[in-house]
Design a protein. Sequence first.
Length: 225
Amino acid sequence: MQTNFHNNREETEVEAKFICPDGLGLNDFLVAISTMNLKYTKENPCFQRDVYLDTSDYRLLTSDAALRIRQRGENYVGAYKSCVKQLDTIFERKEFEWTLSNEETRLWTEEKKPMIPPIVIEKLHLLGQELRKVLVVETQRYTAIIIGNDGFKAELSLDEVIFRGHKGQKTYREIEVELLSGQFEQLKQFTSSLQNQLKLQPAIDSKYKKGMILVGKYGTKISTQ
């Protein structure tokens, strides 16, 4: 079958991740941020549903990579992420995203067939193995854009997560701070201040790995053909 992948983009993602304690909401983080001579703009909350795919021997999981199809509203977006390096709480990842067309969305929602761009298939090194669904992640996301006077801009998201997998379901709360513009050291300084003020514990694993740790390594086989 011929498919026309569109709205593709490849970039490097730099973000810090922390475990969000129960009882802390987005407003608590904004109060802390207001003491740092920074401005912020709250965005509308959103809900997203991610389905993660892997091979029977968990080739992506063991190579610290992830492949997912995300639904947000009526839109479906695929993403492949691979870790470049990790420094304390800050992750640097290569990310390739593509938007599913109407036909690709139909195949995914009705027949559970993910259409993966050739450039991603080449990166996966499947060696003839098929992909299958191994984890579902449902997230209620609360977001604010953080802006400094020196070119620093970041997206802070509080994620209330439900992991669904072979071993049932687990809830999880996490803070992500993604660098949108500015320097690495600015992100490091900002997140260190946030961590110290709110006594945050680092989240050392990706959401995919964390979910697999909590709810298991089994799923329903999904053909890539």
